[in-house]
Write a protein that binds this ligand. Structure first.
Ligand SMILES: Nc1ncnc2c1ncn2[C@@H]1O[C@H](COP(=O)(O)OP(=O)(O)OP(=O)(O)O)[C@@H](O)[C@H]1O
Ligand SMILES: [Mg+2]
Length: 244
């Protein structure tokens, strides 16, 4: 069985260190003149523990994508603290943060974001290039991960030769190949029909059962039902936070 344990080169953390901890987090978007256009997150507190399976819900404009982009280190908060696996990202340079992000987070986009010119295994191997893994090991690890998501027989295909669900599985393999501590996704089934979406969610359920921490934004109650915790946002704040 392919290991999903975090890379051995990453210093192990104490088992109870939260994967993500947000304290009084604010995010403003600004107008060109420097004045605040929108305060999208208004002082939000949230702690995500190892092994959790969390849905982030809320109406359109409530701040879900803004929150996910900050959690995924694609954007920085205006104010407040974000500790990712115990480290405060606030003091990190952009370069340090990008390396740290690459080690800790696997991120899945609604639109897959695969590179059209590359084959399936080359796509999955891309994050390992940035971690200076030798080329042969990159492709071996990519093939292992593609086997895990059920695409071991599609290594040579290009994205356009795959179905939507297969493309999303390639994106999931790419997110997992670095053995991150958390898998994050903004509407991962949003571009898929319901049957294909269900297959992706079955895969998430399996990853969760193997101990992966999963955090995803969804509009869909049927998607959220699978998660063990539902965090609902309203107007830039946590409105409710329910575990089951
Ligand atoms: N780049 C931006 N510049 C200015 N305002 C923005 C920007 N991105 C988002 N906003 C505003 O911030 C608020 C939160 O947006 P966000 O995209 O996080 O909502 P969401 O919950 O993901 O909505 P949806 O369900 O429609 O995807 C909204 O009022 C939105 O208009
Ligand atoms: Mg959104």
């Amino acid at each position: 069985m392919t290991s999903l344990a975090p890379s051995p080169e990453i210093e192990p953390r104490a088992g109870d260190t939260p994967v993500a901890e947000l304290r009084a987090l604010r995010k403003c978007y600004y107008k060109p003149d420097g004045s605040v256009m929108v305060e999208a997150l208004k002082g939000l507190d949230l702690v995500i523990h190892r092994g959790e399976y969390v849905a982030i819900m809320g109406s359109s404009g409530s701040g879900k994508s803004t929150l996910m982009n900050i959690l995924g280190c694609l954007d920085r908060p205006t104010d407040g603290a974000y500790l990712l696996d115990g480290e405060d990202i606030g003091g990190m340079s952009d370069e340090t943060l990008s390396v740290y992000r690459g080690r800790k987070i696997g991120f899945i986009f609604q639109a897959f974001n695969l590179i059209t010119e590359l084959t399936t295994d080359e796509n999955v191997a891309v994050p390992l290039f940035y971690q200076n893994v030798p080329k042969r090991d990159r492709l071996t690890r990519a093939a292992e991960m593609l086997g895990l998501v059920g695409l071991g027989d599609r290594l040579e295909h290009r994205p356009r030769e795959l179905s939507g669900g297969q493309q999303q599985r390639v994106a999931i393999a790419r997110a997992l190949v670095t053995r991150p501590v958390v898998l994050m996704a903004d509407e991962p089934t949003g571009n898929l029909d319901s049957t294909t979406g269900k297959a992706i969610l079955d895969l998430f359920d399996r990853l969760h059962a193997d101990g992966m921490t999963i955090l995803m934004v969804t509009h869909d109650d049927n998607v959220a039902k699978r998660c063990k915790r539902v965090v609902r946002l309203s107007d830039g704040l946590v409105e409710s936070d329910v575990r089951r």
